[in-house]
Design a protein around this ligand. Sequence first.
Ligand code: NAD
Length: 424
Amino acid sequence: MTLPLSYVHPTPDSPWGTYLMQVDRVVPYLGHLAKWVDTLKRPKRVLIVDIPIEMDNGDVAHFEGYRVQHNLSRGPGKGGVRYHPDVTLEEVMALAAWMSVKNAAVNLPYGGAKGGIRVDPKTLSLKELERMTRRYTSEIGIIIGPQRDIPAPDVNTNPQIMAWMMDTYSMNTGSTATGVVTGKPVDLGGSLGRVKATGRGVFVTGREAARRINLNLEGARVAVQGFGNVGSAAAELFAQAGAKIVAAQDHTGTIFNTRGFDLADITAHVRDTGGVGGFKGAEPMAGEEFWDVDCDILIPAALEGQITADRARRIKARMVLEGANGPTVPTADDILADRGVLVVPDVICNAGGVTVSYFEWVQDFSSFFWTEDEINVRLDKIMIGALKKIWDTADRHKITLRTATFAVACERILKAREERGLYP
Ligand code: NAD
């Protein structure tokens, strides 16, 4: 009876196609809840907006923006906003759906949502960026709100952009609505620990997974793709635990040093130059060679679809920690599983960011703020507890951690769906 969606045309390796296949794989583990599974295969609500802004030279430019609410059965929508020239509706739909799964996997009282603008923000002045952000916030203002849908940072968005979003929504509603976005500056109701929370979650799940496969972090070799918010914070924590960051890749280049980088030096270089390319403490290498690097841990922390079947055959790591959303296509997932490479999937591995976003939202409502230690202790507890439940599920059914995470999460979402019932 249910026809496929007419407005997207996924392929097996595209983000929405990847997500659909991940859902199909979980159906055998859903029991009677499988009857509701089509609800996961279509977003609840899709908003496409036109964002016209006046450029500094007086011209008018138009940008295409999206906000997708994938599933709201367990609570308000929650998920980031991405600024990137390759953003498409299909990509935002997949990112929103992965948020539904992620939020349920760590048992946060949220549904899943995501937003984005098709733009290369590096081509805009600061004032143009602000005007675009404010107009986008006004346009999606009809569906967001502290109890409805709460955006946060993602690729190329940051605390300053969240501050503009919070201010715009507050002006439009005549209130001070700190709870409308998370990832804000700390003096505007942001949470301590939020900036590094996603990287911290990658490290905490990685440390637990390493323990289970007897991989000693002391001296372990780590390769990181993407040295932004997620990749750099994860690299820093692995280095503090005694691991060596031997390779890094971002949009400016690929670098390698068998002895490991000095984290303070590379962080300063990225801050000053905008990327890892040209870092003096390492050798440059061709981009494709990144996937052949001898390492124990590989952290994709850039964009989707990076681990293709061909690259999966070449990866030397014992463990892949998915800091990025959707970095591994399904065929590559199977190859890694056959080769015995452990994949800690995005939907649990990078859930640290949204978990501290949840803490931020709770703190905003109570106007009472926690210390960074309290944040980190609570974050670690949630991540470790969620991973344990997922690992037990994987062992029980003899399935991958990805399918186990989907099993735990989709059961929670569909149970809520069933308990709420269909309206009317
Ligand atoms: P960011 O903008 O801070 O960093 C993105 C990084 O990816 C940069 O280092 C950039 O140079 C690199 N990159 C971009 N294109 C690339 C390419 N073609 N090849 C190699 N590197 C490339 O973004 P971020 O917040 O660190 O997000 C990274 C990933 O983590 C995304 O998939 C995002 O959805 C996911 N994620 C982010 C958060 C968060 O809290 N920020 C939470 C969960 C998941």
